[in-house]
Design a protein around this ligand. Structure first.
Ligand code: 0O2
Length: 266
């Protein structure tokens, strides 16, 4: 296929990666707006390189005409989670969405690959709008923990370096590292509740501080500088106490004050 044709073929996949990445990032945002822990930590996406596509076609004996129906990871999204439990939450979240249809799920967590690779793959059908109307494509969503991603990234780079022929002693060490990662993930899961609790508190504090500062800024427009200075000093005093309940109480009180000024203005 000539360069221009590759560009045309891959364009809808570029769009799908952009849209899906934005959508999953928005999921994180929605959780944070609700002061809730997000099972998605980070999202990245890529369109498979032409050389990697050619490589796969060659490896799997796929003719050019069947490229789009046989290769399901031309559009690839990677979702990184903090804990293994989150992976299944994300997978369920994907199943419930109306803008993508699950074609297949591959669970390499319970069925670890011989290499030691662990991840959860969801292949979805996704429709993008093109100049010629809607086009349905496939996208592969890889969901894994940070630790699994660390392992897979290193192993992938070694595959590349050794062109798939990793020396046996390195393979053995990678297998051992993969087992260590299973232990690490399970250890982290055992303190998941405590970690989530701490992260939720920090998220709530950030949101409260942001709201309070915005309200104080707005108060500048409707009351005297002296009054705002008093409120600001009170805020700094409470902030230094490092007490979330106090901060929430101050936030509520400030809302009532701001509401009072709004009423006065009407
Ligand atoms: P790239 O460069 O990431 O695009 P199969 O023939 O069944 O092994 P298939 O049908 O492509 O592979 O599906 P699968 O197993 O879901 O693998 C798709 C992608 O998962 C791979 O894409 C890798 O990104 C990742 N993957 C699968 N197995 C391994 C592994 O052992 N190690 C690492 N590091 N990643 C893996 P590509 O096309 O191989 O590569």
């Amino acid at each position: 296929m000539e360069t221009g044709l590759w560009k045309k073929t891959l364009a809808p996949y570029e769009l799908a990666v952009e849209e899906l990445t934005a959508k999953f990032r928005h999921v994180i945002k929605e959780y944070h707006i609700r002061n809730e822990y997000s099972p998605i930590e980070r999202v990245t996406g890529r369109v498979k390189s032409v050389s990697s596509i050619l490589d796969k076609m060659h490896r799997k004996n796929i003719p050019l005409e069947q490229l789009e129906e046989k290769i399901d990871d031309i559009a690839g999204i990677r979702i990184i989670c903090q804990f293994e439990e989150d992976i299944y939450k994300v997978s369920n979240l994907i199943s419930r969405r109306s803008d993508m249809v699950v074609k297949e799920k591959k669970d390499y967590l319970t069925h670890v690959k011989e290499s030691g690779y662990r991840s959860y793959h969801v292949v979805v059908y996704y429709v993008v709008e093109t100049l010629h109307g809607p086009k349905q494509i496939m996208a592969e969503i890889q969901i894994r923990t940070m630790a699994m991603n660390f392992w897979a990234t290193i192993e992938h780079s070694l595959q590349y370096k050794y062109r798939g022929e990793i020396p046996p002693n390195v393979t053995q060490r990678l297998s051992a590292a993969s087992r260590t990662i299973i232990d690490l993930d399970s250890e982290m899961s055992s303190v998941r509740d405590v970690i989530i609790d701490a992260q939720n508190s920090s998220l709530l504090q950030n949101n409260l501080v942001r709201d309070i500062l915005m309200t104080i800024e707005n108060l500048y427009k409707v009351t005297t500088e002296r009054e705002v200075k008093k409120i600001q000093d009170e805020f700094l005093r409470i902030f230094k106490m490092n007490d979330l309940d106090e901060l929430e109480r101050f936030h509520r009180e400030l809302d009532i004050i701001a509401e009072g000024y709004r009423v006065q203005q009407i």
